[in-house]
Design a protein around this ligand. Structure first.
Ligand code: GRG
Length: 281
């Protein structure tokens, strides 16, 4: 994934150099690459060629990287640390950070359109639409809007879930489905992966809330304790750490139940479910 991303990102010597430097800074040399890993694992389920999946995975990761750059900006979460390094607007400047996000999003769709990823053009067009909807106002950007509007407000569990299904879950779901759509995907398999992805997306967020509350900044590579400091509703503020951890385990179990009909070829997806729940950063 690292080399595919490095290859797709414009080289440092290409103008405008500062923007390209900042794009590479935002994407390379950090991050768990959970979304690409999910795409590769789902591709395995669908017997997809890795030469296809790597591009779909890169597109998903670029959307994720863009969202982090914008989320860290003063108008949103206003954070100075990401992946153990100064955030893009701190290392460069705000205007550059804005453009980095814009350009990474465009590059993601460029990649999806440039490479033959599905057996026919109509199927590939659906993949482009899948990512567009996951990133847009009825997906990640919409979730972010709800998040920004909910600071200091008492959300209930259903409202919190609705927000995270959009903010974090939509792109995680798209990563799984894009990887799988690079191969053969019968309806029943697609439905199983969809169910898995929804559970994992939510589990990812529950664990994120627990880590924010419990893990030091040095381990996280981003500022810890921000949710409480910003008076944000989280799974920890609503349920407490113990119940939030239990919920993450329940969601993992649901995710693995969804995979049961897929047998051994879904093993990597099971391992990723473990990783999502057991991760420490
Ligand atoms: C700006 C449109 C727009 C959206 C931003 C995803 C997001 C929406 C903001 C990120 C803020 C945040 C901390 C969300 C919680 C879950 C999450 C996405 C954490 C970061 O993802 P990781 O842990 O990061 O996969 P790495 O660095 O490992 O890639």
């Amino acid at each position: 994934m690292e080399s595919v991303l490095a290859e797709w990102l414009p080289a440092l010597q290409i103008a405008p150099q500062r923007l390209h430097e900042a794009m590479r800074y935002a994407v390379l040399g950090g991050g768990k690459r959970v979304r690409p890993l999910l795409a590769f694992a789902a591709g395995e389920v669908a017997g997809a060629a890795i030469e296809r999946v790597q591009h779909a995975a890169a597109a998903a990761e670029l959307i994720h990287a863009y969202s982090l750059v914008h989320d860290d900006m003063p108008a949103m979460d206003d954070d100075a640390l990401r992946r153990g390094k100064p955030t893009v607007h701190v290392e460069f400047d705000e205007a550059t950070a804005l453009l980095v996000g814009d350009a990474l999003q465009s590059l993601a769709f460029d990649i999806l359109a440039a490479q033959p990823l599905a057996d026919d053009a109509a199927a590939q067009l659906k993949m482009v639409q899948l990512l567009a909807q996951a990133a847009g106002s009825r997906g990640m950007a919409g979730g972010q809007a709800i998040d920004l509007a909910s600071v200091g407000k008492p959300l209930d569990l259903a409202e919190l879930e609705f927000m995270h299904i959009h903010k974090t879950g939509a792109l995680i779901r798209a990563s799984v489905l894009l990887g799988a759509q690079c191969g053969a995907l019968p309806d029943a398999t697609a439905a199983a992966l969809d169910r898995y992805a929804k559970c994992i997306g939510l589990a990812f967020q529950v664990v994120d809330d627990v880590l924010d509350a419990e893990t030091p900044t040095a381990t996280l590579g981003k500022t810890a304790g921000k949710d409480a400091a910003n008076n944000k509703p989280t799974y920890v503020s609503l349920l407490g750490v113990t119940r939030a951890r239990e919920l993450a385990l329940e969601l993992r179990a649901d995710a693995c139940t969804a995979l049961a009909p897929l047998g051994a070829r879904a093993e990597r997806l099971r391992q990723l479910a473990d990783f999502v729940v057991e991760r420490t950063f």
